[in-house]
Design a protein around this ligand. Structure first.
Ligand code: TMP
Length: 211
């Protein structure tokens, strides 16, 4: 287990939860501050992981086996942990990551119904770096889907409603299991959601002596 000096915060939620808008707002907010906050995302966040992202989300790859998908997400994660998250946490910095292992458990474990093997696959990938705080965007999957109507969907987003329903139930199950989860009402105004997210992040920073 790694000895952690920094803070590791993840933002999770179903597709169409407004997560991307909120991450952009968080970036703007923390840019004006002096404390060291690094933003990254999954799948992606490094040159290699972004290539894996393209491979996974490409709609042409219809024949991708569920297990291959789980391994590719884990491979992208292993690179991000090795190259970005691990070193930043070890330097005592604050990392805010758009999705992490909980996405794997929700999407591949529950959505694809691969179950516990997702945890096993990822055990080595994360090298003991697990979030201190996970902010979960609460949104009914149907509402989330309706919000995405205007854009072209990637291979995962394009899955059927039942898949997205299982993903959301997976998230709610994880929230019941782990104290590090904090739910945020993603059906609220953009302003109110931002305020809630910043509030939770700064509360943890204060608690750990970063503020
Ligand atoms: P994004 O649209 O939030 O950037 O995420 C890309 C898609 O990848 C999204 O539909 C969720 C999915 N995903 C998984 O299925 N498993 C994972 O482990 C991660 C990190 C994302």
């Amino acid at each position: 287990m790694a000895i952690k000096k920094g803070l590791f915060i993840t933002i999770e939620g179903p597709d169409g939860s407004g997560k991307s808008t909120q991450i952009e707002r968080l970036k703007t907010y923390f840019k004006e501050k002096t404390y060291p906050v690094i933003f990254t995302r999954e799948p992606g966040g490094t040159k290699i992981s972004e290539k894996i992202r393209t491979l996974i989300l490409d709609k042409e790859n219809r024949e991708m086996a569920d297990l291959t998908e789980a391994f590719l997400y884990a491979a992208s994660r292993a690179q991000l942990v090795a190259e970005v998250i691990g070193p930043a946490i070890d330097r005592g910095e604050i990392v805010i990551c758009d999705r992490f292992l909980d996405s794997g458990i929700a999407y591949q474990g529950y959505g694809r119904e691969l179950g516990d093997c997702v945890r096993a696959i990822n055990e080595y990938a994360v090298q003991g770096y697990m979030p201190d705080l996970t902010l979960l965007m609460h949104i009914d999957p149907q509402t989330g889907r309706a919000r995405m109507k205007e854009r072209s969907l990637d291979r995962i987003e394009d899955e059927q409603q039942a898949f997205h329903q299982r993903v959301y139930e997976g998230y709610l199950q994880l929230e019941r299991e782990y104290d590090r989860f904090v739910g945020v009402n993603a059906d609220d105004s953009v302003e109110a959601i931002s305020k809630a997210l910043i509030g939770h992040i700064e509360a943890l920073m204060r608690e750990r002596g970063f503020l």
